[in-house]
Design a protein around this ligand. Structure first.
Ligand code: NAP
Length: 338
């Protein structure tokens, strides 16, 4: 079986991608920022260690990338910064996202990589559009000129566009594909998980007096990893984008699922909506809420029909994802429910 580089092996999606690739028989290289974390990451991945090699590399500098790419025919470029809150300056996200993608592509070309799958996002598709737009597909791009497009969607849009332009101009034989996931939930592997899990964590902790009128397309981390594997191996997908999303749910729907399916463990989950004006006021003091205030009341359905039709991808039921997210947070002691 071929050798694949998965960038950002300490990350949530990358962890599940590495597991599935090793299980499918691949030899896997992965990058982390510092090898000091190798033992910890190996422990939570729990895969055959002989099939997995670690390399130190940062998105913002060259050292380590040539070694990490050596012998690889495929790359899953998953690493990119997701902030827990709003960054002080948007360039904290945009620069590593864009430069990291271009750096990974440049070293991939140098190593003779054939297929390069980049993790983009629906954040590169569904932001900065008029309020009456509710349905999105791979044909759409987020509008960078709209002031409501905040730092994270900007970083994903700029990085994906830059990568596509680079491939068109200098990519040679590289087959470039993106996976564009919606909000990723599912069981966590360790205490270091993606900020996308925060919404479920905050609901379980009863950290908010009410539930803001915010919603997301939701997709399971295991299904996102599976779509990466399909994109690494499918024929004739060069240049394509594949949205990975299950249904669009409001936070209030997630709260009700938690209450119904977890029983007493969900006793702190609020089930009343927080009025929009209150969210806006609170958002002045909590930047991560403030930056998404323009999303209040919005419905954004990003269809995965392309991934289903073209790659036979089938996401699991969303209730299962939500319940397993919550159970893993409780079982690992990350959320205390009593
Ligand atoms: P995550 O757990 O935070 O993983 C992000 C990874 O990127 C981590 O391994 C992180 O390394 C690495 N990284 C960040 N800055 C870096 C830098 N300067 N140099 C090297 N590595 C760096 O988040 P995730 O959810 O798995 O996200 C993975 C990818 O999926 C990202 O491209 C993200 O934009 C995309 N995505 C995520 C979601 C979602 O809802 N989670 C939705 C759509 C798309 P450290 O561990 O050292 O910080």
């Amino acid at each position: 079986m071929a050798r694949v580089l998965v960038t950002g092996g300490s990350g949530y999606i990358a962890g599940f991608a590495i597991r599935q690739l090793v299980e499918a028989g691949w030899e896997v290289n992965t990058t982390i920022r510092s090898l000091a974390r190798e033992a910890e990451v190996r422990e939570w991945l729990g895969v055959d260690n002989a099939r997995l090699r670690f390399f130190a590399a940062d998105l913002t500098s060259d050292p380590g990338w040539a070694d990490a790419m050596e012998g690889c025919s495929h790359v899953a470029h998953i690493a990119s910064p997701i902030p827990p809150g709003a960054p002080r300056h948007e360039d904290e996200l945009i620069v590593p996202a864009r430069e990291g993608a271009l750096r990974a592509l440049r070293f991939a070309k140098g190593a003779g990589v054939n297929r390069f799958v980049m993790t983009s996002s629906v954040a590169a598709i569904a932001y900065g559009h008029s309020k009456d737009r509710t349905e999105f597909s791979e044909a759409d791009w987020s509008n960078l000129d709209d002031p409501r497009t905040y730092a994270y969607p900007k970083s994903k849009t700029i990085a994906e566009r830059a990568a596509r332009q680079w491939v068109a101009a200098k990519g040679g034989g590289i087959e470039f594909v993106t996976v564009n996931p919606a909000a990723v939930l599912g069981p966590v592997l360790g205490r270091d998980f993606s900020p996308s899990i925060e919404a479920v964590k905050k609901l379980l902790e009863g950290a908010m007096p009410g539930v803001p009128d915010l919603g997301f397309g939701i997709v399971d981390v295991r299904d996102v990893a599976d779509l990466h594997v399909r994109c690494l191996t499918a024929d004739h997908v060069a240049g394509e984008r594949f949205i990975a999303s299950g249904p669009f749910l409001k936070l209030i729907d997630i709260a009700h699922i938690l209450r119904e399916r977890l029983g007493p463990e969900a006793r702190k989950v609020p089930t009343r909506r927080m009025p929009d004006f209150l969210v806006r006021i609170v958002g002045r003091f909590i930047p991560e809420l403030g930056q998404v205030a323009s999303e209040l009341g919005r419905v954004k359905i990003s269809s995965s029909v392309h991934a289903k039709d073209r790659l036979g991808w089938e996401p699991r039921p969303v209730e299962e994802t939500i319940v397993e997210t919550a159970r893993s947070l409780i079982e690992r002691g990350i959320v205390k429910v009593s």
